[in-house]
Design a protein around this ligand. Structure first.
Ligand SMILES: O=C(O)CCC(=O)C(=O)O
Ligand SMILES: [Fe+2]
Length: 410
């Protein structure tokens, strides 16, 4: 309240009043289209998920992440990175395919708790509610472009995957100073997903963490801003590994690293990022951040909007597959996670919708006209995802553009 920091559009999708065909529905439909065309995402106020269910899901997540590593690693998926994944000690996540369907979600229980566990029921119920919400939003989108005939085919061509995330709390006993580091301009620069910085050289913010121990200095006010020689390896943008099903994330493997010398003491240079900037590969994602903020979304103007968590609020975000399907009319925004609160563990849950394997994504002809010439060639989502794992896919400023952009000339 009263804050002038930029915010995402907030749209009320509350069940009580939103009935198809009602005047509220028509208004929400145009709000959804406008928000997505402008930002590729919006905040949604919802009442479909009770506080009780939210609490149960949080408890289930805490229980899951507290399992011994060997148990967590049983959450495997034939595709790499789609199961349990630990990212440089900064975050860890589980993946649950078809989390909204009870029988399928039970496969996840089998992996982690062969003796059975009631938590999965809560997670499944939660996924079911978010899936209903997601389908409503995708229905609103297609209606808003006047392609109602396509709704059933579209909804039937997709499935869901849930991702549960824990961002590990940073300790409190370090001194930090923000510094800017310029890395060479080149193909790798935009492995952080930032396609807009190519011409100016990519500037990345890195954080110098100095562990002030007795052996270094008793004085906590060490001035590390002076004489710190930062050597940030350009492998900051080493390579990105996408989630195997392509639904969501590009993780940087081998994050920002380098050394800074402070007197005789070595300090680690590390990204503050819990999750580097990326676009989701999915059609859509619904993200719920529990109490601790961290999610930031990039606007078309290149500004980062930090999304504040609220109990009955989720974020709807468009992915590359939706961008392609909608002939580029809806962008898939870059977003990242920066957990700035110390000593606080951040939990987040996201439900992604993906096109089924074998389904060809092709913009309906109604979305193509003189003002909007066809932007992408038809493709199978699996192929987009596989391309993402190639060197060329990783280096591309925009995976989607490089893979199937009409201007890519392939
Ligand atoms: O943790 C979050 O808030 C977002 C996670 C995310 O962007 C992803 O999993 O693709
Ligand atoms: Fe994401």
């Amino acid at each position: 309240m009263g804050s002038c920091s930029p915010q995402l559009p907030l749209i009320c999708l509350s069940d009580q009043t939103l009935k198809p065909g009602s005047s509220k529905w028509v208004k929400v439909r145009s709000d959804v289209r406008k928000a997505l065309e402008d930002y590729g995402c919006f905040e949604a106020k919802i009442d479909q998920v009770s506080m009780e269910l939210q609490g149960s899901v949080l408890k289930a997540m805490q229980e899951l992440f507290a399992l011994p590593t060997e148990a967590k690693q049983r959450n495997v998926c034939p595709k790499p990175f789609a199961g349990y994944f630990s990212h440089n000690g900064l975050s860890e996540s589980f993946g649950i395919k078809d989390a909204n369907i009870l029988e399928k979600a039970h496969e996840f229980t089998q992996q982690l708790w062969p003796e059975g566990n009631k938590s999965i029921k809560m997670i499944q119920l939660y996924a079911e509610k978010l899936a209903e919400l997601d389908m409503m939003v995708r229905r609103l989108i297609l209606e808003s472009y006047g392609i109602e005939y396509f709704i059933d085919e579209h909804l039937n061509s997709t499935y869901y995957r849930m991702r549960l995330m824990k961002y590990i709390a940073r300790p409190d006993n370090d001194i930090t100073a923000a510094v800017g580091a310029n890395v060479d301009n080149g193909a790798n620069d935009n492995a952080d997903g930032d396609a807009n910085v190519n011409d100016d050289g990519a500037s990345i913010g890195v954080k110098v963490n100095v562990d002030v121990g007795d052996d270094v200095n008793d004085n906590d006010s060490v001035n590390i801003g002076v004489g710190v020689d930062i050597n940030v390896e350009t492998n900051v943008n080493g390579h990105l590994d996408a989630e195997a099903n392509g639904d969501a994330t590009a993780w940087v493997v081998g994050a920002v690293s380098g050394n800074a010398s402070v007197g005789a003491k070595e300090a680690n240079v590390d990204a503050e990022l819990g999750l580097p900037s990326h676009t989701d590969k999915s059609l859509s994602g619904i993200i719920y951040q529990h109490q601790i903020d961290g999610l930031e979304v990039k606007t078309k103007e290149g500004k980062w909007i930090r999304v504040k968590p609220a109990p009955n609020t989720v974020i709807f975000i468009a992915g590359d597959a939706l961008c392609a399907l909608m002939n580029g009319r809806i962008p898939s925004p870059y977003h990242r996670v920066r957990v700035t609160e110390k000593k606080k563990t951040r939990y987040a849950a996201a439900l992604f919708s993906n096109p089924k394997e074998g389904y060809i994504i092709d913009s309906p002809k109604e979305l193509v006209d003189e003002k909007h010439p066809r932007a992408f060639k038809p493709f199978d989502f699996v192929d987009l995802f596989n391309f993402y794992h190639t060197e060329a896919g990783r280096r591309a400023p925009s995976t989607l553009q490089a893979f199937c952009g009409v201007s890519a000339g392939k």
